[in-house]
Design a protein around this ligand. Structure first.
Ligand code: B1H
Length: 839
């Protein structure tokens, strides 16, 4: 069902083919010239690269507007179900190149325009773009890939989140340690957002509730907040690939509430009023940098409620504007909770429906439960959000009342089903009564959601069987899986133009929107010439990364060596230290003259540690210590190099994935919910060395076990070890290479003779070893030996690499979004048509 629109909008150069209009080099040049002059106040001869980046971005943004407004208008005129993706993080990455690609402005056209400003390559301009680091890692990046796929699939959608003034910190490495620096991503101006102050929303906090009797004699409750904030929407257009659909990412910035504290100004409490102003402005100030651990900070709950309340009010308002009755909410909106960070939406939607729209409980609950679905992203207990009850009540007293009532009704059901079973009630209750009382956000989300999904097959299974067996027994149909995916536009087409050309030639350009077509590459798996071309393409990309590594770290690496890469947040469960120990073993073998058959390697690490996570920061120091010792040793020349690339972010990721030969996915089985970097590596032709964890399991199934280096204990075996008592020290005694590595570390061999520096790490590993690093060590070495073996037969390696690309089409986020649309959202594509007059 499509809907032609005659918007009579100023589509740049709108003529015979409106969808191609304004996309030629002359038009882009003209657009840049105007923006340079009128928007930026600069003259072309003195324009800096940043000025030209801004001018080109504005010119490109102009070319999104017709599609953007037509997409909004299409929904207004013919309402369709719209996906509302609620997420505290959207790690969208650089915007310019992605918009050029999706619009269909080729690099060549952009460079024709740039040459007229004496710029030779588009890369020079892309280089100066600041990326908004509005996320920690996989969860935030997933939200961004999903927004891109939704638009590319022409599904009406809006992303709701927070416009953090400071995103994830920038990472410096000083003396081998991580140093955090504030991320001032807005400082040079960010051209991709459209502030909409007239659509601001008010949000309350604190205060008290009171009961009253309404006109009809009903007892009601109402909330009298003690503070308010205003949310100002900042909209980022999200264009789909070569379609007219251009959805909206609506990020809320918190502002002070002039109208509410105006009174304070008048009665003379000027400083009191100023304090509230400062207080409410800090709300959207900074992203919490704790990927995977819940710190339970009050300001974070405040941030969550702030963006969720604004977003729900915005959805209700849009129904109102279109004259759609509120009971229709579930037919017009499907609300997806990206983890529990937006789970307060359950209580807030109930409050808005009952207190502000005067619906009765059952109607409100029916609307809520038909609209909301919840994605779980982790089983780690330290990541499950719990809010201290007293703190929760002081910030959101009315929400707590509503949660109590939701809980009371739910527990009544539980009692009927499990009479006399107190333990089950305690476990399923939204309120944790063991120890300090707390609100369990995962229980709230699960009770209200019509679907609860995990993010990979194994994870969804563990979610059902381990984390929530009773919920799954009560509501078996509620639980489902949607395996994560990543957008091939950013992660193949933009990041790896060399590979993309090859795919265009041998598969045809349709792969970019239909990744399953890549299986056609299998026809070439025995074609020697093609395999050589495949290898040469990889080598050319590795050369570029080698240049970057040299510029950033001063280390010279050999592009023909095996690029062995682990990039992701630093966390014990991800086991960067397991990889580091493997590097030490490799080093020792070379030192001891046992390096025969070992491939020359460049081991590359990257990733940020949460600022308060001591062990993760020590792991970074450890890797840098190893790198320093190895890179300075003449015996390692031509054999082994180790680098830690600072400040891993989306932009750097785009350089790294295409240049990798080996993808390290070595988490303890059962701990990594899915992983998405693993998919980006495999699509770009890297082979994986990995455990049976998260989406690794599905990657291995698809690429074939013979094209994947598997090692390590299974989730079940890990559980058994845990229950039967695990003694890491005993393992050290049976593995001389491991013992020698640990001994050297203890002697300060990788810390300039300081034997104490890594003591906490050694004690952790030989004492408890909570993530079973030593338990998997021997098998990991065995798998690494297989990697060395495979690398010696380069034709065979290239064949395996090709099969990884050929068989990982399933991990396109287009497939994930289609799954969500069919099984959870019941949402459909709604193509947007644009017509315009011949001028
Ligand atoms: C994932 C998080 C996460 N799971 C808390 N959980 C956060 C939890 O700021 N916080 O409080 C931030 C992030 N992130 C990741 O989600 C999983 O670890 C990955 O395995 C998964 O691929 C990714 C996307 O589903």
């Amino acid at each position: 069902s499509s809907h032609p629109l005659d918007l009579r909008l100023p589509t740049p150069g709108c003529f015979a083919d409106p969808e191609r209009a304004g996309l030629d080099a002359d038009a882009v040049f003209d657009g840049m010239t105007e923006h340079l002059f009128f928007t930026l106040g600069k003259l072309a001869p003195t324009a800096s690269n940043h000025d030209l980046y801004m001018a080109l971005s504005y010119a490109v943004r102009d070319r999104l507007m017709t599609r953007y407004l037509a997409s909004l208008e299409a929904i207004r005129a013919r309402p369709h179900k719209t996906v509302a993706y609620l997420s505290a993080e959207f790690l969208i990455g650089p915007q310019l190149n992605s918009n050029l690609l999706n619009l269909g402005i080729s690099k060549d056209i952009a460079e024709q325009a740039l040459r007229r400003f004496r710029i030779e390559s588009l890369d020079q301009i892309l280089e100066v773009e600041e990326e908004p680091g509005l996320g920690n890692g996989g969860l935030g990046r997933l939200a961004a890939c999903y927004m891109e796929s939704l638009a590319s699939l022409q599904v009406p959608a809006i992303g709701y989140g927070i416009r953090y003034e400071f995103g994830i910190f920038n990472q410096l490495i000083r003396d081998g340690w991580q140093v955090e620096v504030t991320d001032k991503w807005l400082k040079g101006g960010w051209p991709w957002e459209l502030p909409q102050p007239e659509e601001a929303c008010f949000v309350g906090f604190g205060g008290r509730t009171e009961s009253y009797t309404d006109g009809k004699g009903n007892y009601r409750s109402r909330w009298i907040p003690s503070e308010h904030a205003i949310g100002i929407p900042h909209d980022v257009p999200v264009l789909g690939y070569r379609v007219n659909t251009c959805n909206r990412l609506r990020l809320w910035r918190a502002d002070a509430t002039e109208s509410f504290d105006f009174y304070a100004f008048n009665i003379g409490d000027y400083y009191g009023a100023v304090e509230e102003k400062v207080g409410s402005e800090t709300l959207s100030k900074v992203l919490y940098p704790n990927d995977g651990t819940d710190e339970g900070r009050r300001l974070r709950l405040k941030q969550q409620h702030f963006f969720v309340s604004c977003s729900l009010q915005d959805m209700l308002r849009s129904l109102g504007n279109r004259g759609i009755p509120i009971e229709e909410f579930p037919n017009h909106w499907t609300v997806q909770l990206n983890d529990t960070h937006p789970a307060i939406a359950v209580a807030e939607l109930m409050r808005l429906l009952i207190d502000e729209h005067y619906l009765d409980w059952d109607t409100a609950w029916d609307i809520t439960t038909r609209s909301v679905a919840y994605t779980n992203h982790t089983l780690l207990p330290e990541a499950l959000e719990k809010w201290d009850l007293t703190r929760f009540r002081s910030l959101l007293p009315r929400h707590l009342e509503l949660i109590y009532e939701i809980n009371r009704r739910f527990l009544q059901q539980v009692r009927l089903r499990y009479p006399g079973n107190d333990a089950i009630q305690r476990k399923l209750s939204i309120i944790d009564e063991d120890g300090g009382k707390a609100v369990r956000m995962a229980n709230l989300a699960t009770i209200a959601a019509h679907h609860v999904n995990g993010v990979a097959a194994l994870h969804s299974d563990l979610l059902k069987r381990q984390l929530m067996p009773e919920f799954a027994e009560i509501w078996p149909e509620k639980f489902t899986n949607v395996t994560n995916g990543v957008t091939p536009r950013r992660w193949v087409a933009l990041a790896n133009p060399a590979l993309s050309r090859l795919l265009d030639e041998h598969v045809g350009p349709e792969w970019i929107t239909n990744m399953e077509l890549l299986t056609k590459l299998e026809e070439r798996q025995h074609d020697t010439a093609f395999l050589e071309q495949w290898g040469a393409t990889k080598l050319s990309v590795k050369r570029k990364l080698a240049g970057y590594i040299h510029r950033q770290t001063g280390v010279l690496v050999d592009p023909s060596s095996l690029f062995d890469v682990q990039v992701k947040r630093i966390h014990e469960y991800k086991r960067q230290h397991l990889n580091a120990l493997q590097v030490i073993t490799h080093y020792l073998r070379i030192k001891n003259g046992q390096a025969e058959g070992m491939a020359p390697r460049t081991v590359i690490f990257g990733g940020k540690a949460a600022p308060g996570y001591y062990m993760a920061k020590l792991i970074i120091r450890f890797i840098n210590g190893i790198a320093e010792t190895i890179n300075a040793d003449p015996d390692m020349e031509g054999r082994l190099r180790v680098v830690f690339l600072p400040d891993y972010n989306v932009k750097l990721a785009e350089q790294i994935y295409p240049a990798s030969d080996l993808s390290e996915q070595v988490s303890t089985a059962g701990k990594e919910a899915s992983g998405t970097g693993n998919m980006k590596f495999a699509m770009n032709g890297a082979l994986t060395i990995g455990t049976l964890d998260g989406a690794n399991v599905e990657i291995r199934e698809r690429v074939g076990p013979e094209n994947f280096f598997l090692f390590g204990k299974t989730e079940t075996e890990i559980m058994e070890l845990q229950t039967n008592g695990y003694r890491p020290r005993q393992i050290v005694e049976t593995l001389p290479e491991l013992a020698e590595a640990l001994r050297l570390i203890g002697l300060g061999h990788f810390s300039n003779g300081d034997g104490e520096l890594f003591r906490p790490l050694l004690d952790n590993l030989t004492g408890f070893d909570p993530f079973f690093v030593l338990a998997d060590f021997a098998d990991y070495l065995r798998a690494q030996d297989e990697v060395n073996q495979a690398w010696t037969n380069r034709k065979q390696w290239n064949r395996m690499s090709l099969l990884n690309t050929a068989r990982t089409g399933f991990f396109s986020s287009d497939r994930s979004i289609q799954d969500y649309c069919q099984t959870i959202w019941k949402a459909e594509p709604f193509p947007v048509e644009i017509t315009c007059d011949v001028p």
